[in-house]
Design a protein around this ligand. Sequence first.
Ligand SMILES: Cc1cc2nc3c(=O)[nH]c(=O)nc-3n(C[C@H](O)[C@H](O)[C@H](O)COP(=O)(O)OP(=O)(O)OC[C@H]3O[C@@H](n4cnc5c(N)ncnc54)[C@H](O)[C@@H]3O)c2cc1C
Length: 493
Amino acid sequence: MTKSKNSDRMNRRNILTGIGIGGVGLTMGAPVRAALLPAGLRSEKHDVVVIGAGTAALVAALQAKQDGANVVVLEKTAADSSGGDSRMSGGIFFVPGKDTAESRQAFVDDNDRVTQGRGNKALFRVIADHAWSDIAWLKQQGSEFIEYEPARLGSGGTMTLAPAPWQGMPRWLATMQKQFTGLGGTIVYEAKAKQLIMDNRGHVVGVKVATQDGIVDYMANAVVIAAGGYCANKYMLEQLVHPDADAMLVRGAKTATGDGHLMALEAGAALQNMAGLATVSVVTVDPREPAGANPERALRHCVAINRDGKRYVDESKGLLINGRAALGQPGQVIALVFDENLKAEHDTQMSLAVYKALNLPVLEANTIEDLAGQIKVPAAQLKATIDAFNSAVQDGKALDANPPKAGLAAKIETPKFYAFYPLVPGITQTFGAITINTNAQVLEPDGRVIPGLYAVGNCAGPLYYDSYWPGGMQISCLVMGRIAGHQAALERA
Ligand SMILES: Cc1cc2nc3c(=O)[nH]c(=O)nc-3n(C[C@H](O)[C@H](O)[C@H](O)COP(=O)(O)OP(=O)(O)OC[C@H]3O[C@@H](n4cnc5c(N)ncnc54)[C@H](O)[C@@H]3O)c2cc1C
């Protein structure tokens, strides 16, 4: 983030009192249509229309198809760039440690804790109850996983799509597309959903879609919005999240422009968790490979150093707390420093493997002073910072360090010394979402269901606030995607 603006630009009232985006007026109460789209050049009727072709969409579409519905998937990009954030995802699914009642409860509690009690407990419960059976369903569809990894600081763990983190998703998306089209499902590419169509009962009965031929009306008994987040919508970011948020490096897909949120809002849906930095996931990434080069596994073990050569965060709190803290550091460039002992940690090895796969260098030096030169910080200050940190380390904690480190603290004392550098803040995803119930039905602010309208994936929930467990979004796409597909299929006449 390089530019800075007057804070009065973060005038959220603008966005909430009717400034139009893409021809849609945004208001707190009744939705307004600032620009009505014309009747379509032609019209098609399906049982279920799914907007998007990422994880949530493909899961919902395949489930609806398996339930016997006539399903069409509408994707705004060409086939080879479809899949939004899912295509660039690590492919990690967060699941309860075991398929037992106790473990499922611990999963709900872990999610509740990490979201400061402001996450969606009802959805966490549904996800906990379905996670393992839905992973089994995915395997039946031809999906391959690498082995279960227990979480270090929680009771759950992760399943990662084969062949490896950050590498499994494109192949997996292709598998899901093939399963869906193999059953007779249709995917229309370069078809951008623009506006929901409602009948005079207030039911959503279709979508107006911009195609290469012009506007086509895709009519349906149910519409599933699975259009992803809005980390690439600079206007929404700067108005809702932070005045400078539009200038942050975007890790996610360029397609994540909040189209689903805006369409749903226009139809009267409630949006929640849209304001402030706690509603986005900001992590530190290597700007040369912002999607993949996020040494998240190593982070908690390292010391994070700013441009002044000082620590600034409790690294054990994880990637989002570090990412947000890095936003406030001089020049917004940081380094993660570790030594030979920490290099041997399994988590560090996982991050090193990611860097190796991406062909990115990890800096190494025989002395702290030499490393200081490489990460462009004052050598004396870095030495003083590391010495002070080392002398505070006791029983895996460094509670007297400045700032304290509550866990995974180990002395940085054994050469060689290493650093992941440079790392800068980047937005991975947004948490603000269309409000849904446990059947994935879209709700109005007063809690009424909007008949015929479902939302799933990153655009729906909202699930998280402030923080999340790595893998928490893909598991939501899977579980809620299946539920949405099933429910939408039931709506056919
Ligand atoms: C680098 C990176 C790594 C990540 N790693 C993980 C991870 O390992 N585990 C995890 O749980 N989460 C991870 N996440 C988050 C996770 O990938 C996303 O939350 C998830 O993939 C969202 O899936 P989705 O189906 O909701 O949306 P997307 O995957 O973004 O798909 C949305 C689709 O809708 C299409 N679309 C958008 N608007 C329209 C429109 N108007 N009309 C038609 N089509 C439209 C888009 O083109 C896109 O194909 C990661 C995110 C990033 C950026």
